[in-house]
Ligand binder design. Structure first.
Ligand code: ADP
Length: 167
């Protein structure tokens, strides 16, 4: 649709946390359409398969009409171009995120000067949240209720029981 502004929010989302969700809601208020683009991230040895991560995201963002969930492979800038995205959304939690994100944004700009990266900050309470920490806490038997949406908490429980049975 002409004049429609689309933002692409890429990531591994292994799994989706309340921090990611906070950014999705913020982006959905700024853009006409937000595509959450889930990367396979095989190299990161994800706990959840790509399909599982997508299904969880879809379930949680179902209620937001202008948010879609998709998978992407290959270069992010090519995906953005193909979907006529105006901007890439990335999150900044702390100074420690900055160096990598800065490098990534400038590299993407080099690859395609039309692709703009927009950084958003989550609600303060989510600045210490990461998928990696959430997985660690769940693995150690901690309660992740305040950190992830309920369907993600349930999926984490199921996944960890599955792994335990296999051992
Ligand atoms: P990636 O593997 O691309 O880093 P992630 O799923 O870990 O994928 O993160 C995707 C994006 O979301 C990154 O820009 C990251 O900084 C951001 N992000 C992750 N957790 C949070 C959070 N708690 N608050 C805000 N942004 C976050």
């Amino acid at each position: 649709m002409p004049g429609m502004r689309t933002a692409i929010y890429p990531g591994s989302f292994d799994p989706l946390t309340n921090g990611h969700l906070d950014l999705i809601y913020r982006a959905a208020r700024l853009f006409d359409r937000v595509i959450v683009a889930v990367a396979a991230s095989e190299g990161k040895n994800p706990l959840f398969s790509l399909d599982e991560r997508i299904a969880l995201l879809r379930r949680v963002v179902m209620t937001v009409p202008n948010v879609e969930v998709d998978s992407f492979t290959g270069l992010l800038v090519d995906y953005v171009e193909k979907h006529q995205g105006e901007a890439v959304i990335r999150g900044l939690r702390a100074v420690s995120d900055f160096e990598f994100e800065f490098q990534l944004a400038l590299m993407n700009r080099k690859l395609n000067p039309r692709v703009e990266t927009i950084f958003m900050m989550p609600k303060e309470a989510y600045t210490f949240l990461s998928s990696r920490l959430v997985k660690e806490i769940a693995q150690l038997g901690g309660d992740v209720s305040g950190f992830v949406p309920a369907p993600v908490k349930a999926a984490l429980g199921r996944k960890l029981r599955q792994i335990k049975r296999r051992k």
